[in-house]
Design a protein around this ligand. Structure first.
Ligand code: GUN
Length: 288
């Protein structure tokens, strides 16, 4: 039987609609316009696409978008000075420094210079600590989007076996904490995991976030499992063009899973919706 396809594009549109309503109410009742500053250093083509899309969706939701594009040779000191300026700008409620940063910069130092209250990425060490200890945190957008889709599809996840494949700070680790918060039994699998197929086959919930096209095979999936594919990999389509695929072999997995997110149109759109939602949260908190 073929899996239910979880439509991240439609779900994202619903959340962005809700965010736009909240923004309109903040304007009407409090004269407050939430503002998101996005900083891009260098000209990485994938980052360019993400930043343009974030700016467009921010404006569509009725918020203010501030884009700062800096050359790749920018010094860390100059970037830190910009972050400090944004920290103290009352029109800016959320700050996102697009990663990866050029090699000559210390990304941790830059992220930890962002005011944690404006850290809409949830990457600041204070937010990481709050999430890790189950306290109210700014939650990283991609795992938050995955969680929203899981809650919508599964409801109560208590006692379910969840496997997160990938241990990145951006997705794998925060995702594992969120699933623990849902009272799942959580495993994190990674490149050194022994017998990864067996680990994945135990799971009622699979989150694939490794950045390896089609790595997770249909035979690894427990029948009926819910599969969330975070991978966005550009591969050669064979006809001189490229196409986007996830970390899961979609055609195989959809024959076994109970539900699965497609790539594109699954997790990707949810990430931006959660970024907008985090920006509204930051604006509300900043204004009591
Ligand atoms: N690069 C890839 N994903 C992300 C993200 O979620 N936030 C930032 N700041 N950079 C990224």
């Amino acid at each position: 039987m073929s899996a239910t396809i979880i439509d991240g594009k439609a779900f994202s549109a619903k959340i962005r609609g809700r965010v736009a309503e909240e923004v309109a109410a903040l304007k009407r009742d409090h004269g407050l316009v939430p503002g998101l500053a996005v900083v891009l250093v260098g000209a990485d083509p994938a980052s360019e696409v993400y930043v343009r899309s974030k700016g467009r969706k921010t404006v569509e939701a009725g918020m203010e978008s501030f884009e700062h594009r800096l050359p790749a040779e920018t010094t860390e000191a100059d970037l830190l000075a910009l972050v400090e300026k944004l920290n103290t700008d009352p029109a800016v409620h959320g700050i996102l420094v697009q990663l990866p940063l050029p090699k000559h910069m210390n990304a941790d130092a830059v992220i930890n210079a962002i005011d944690p209250a404006k850290d809409v990425d949830g990457f600041h060490i204070s937010n990481v600590g709050l999430l890790g200890t189950g306290q109210k945190a700014m939650v990283p957008c991609t795992p938050l989007g995955c969680l929203m889709m899981l809650r919508d599809h599964l409801g109560d996840m208590s006692g379910k076996e969840a496997v997160v494949i990938g241990r990145s700070n951006i997705v794998g680790k925060p995702m594992a904490h969120l699933l623990l918060g849902e009272s799942c039994t959580v495993s994190i699998a990674h490149s050194r995991t022994k017998d990864i197929e067996e680990v994945v086959r135990r799971a009622d919930i699979v989150i694939a976030a490794v950045g390896r096209p089609g790595m997770v095979k249909g035979a690894w999936i427990k029948p009926g499992a819910t599969v969330i594919d975070v991978g966005i990999n550009r591969i050669d389509a064979g006809d001189g063009k490229t196409r986007l695929v996830g970390d899961v072999d979609f055609d195989e997995a959809r024959e076994v899973a109970g539900a699965i997110t497609p790539v594109p149109g699954g997790v990707g759109p949810m990430t931006i919706a959660c970024l907008l939602a985090n920006t509204v949260t930051a604006a509300c908190r900043a204004n009591g």
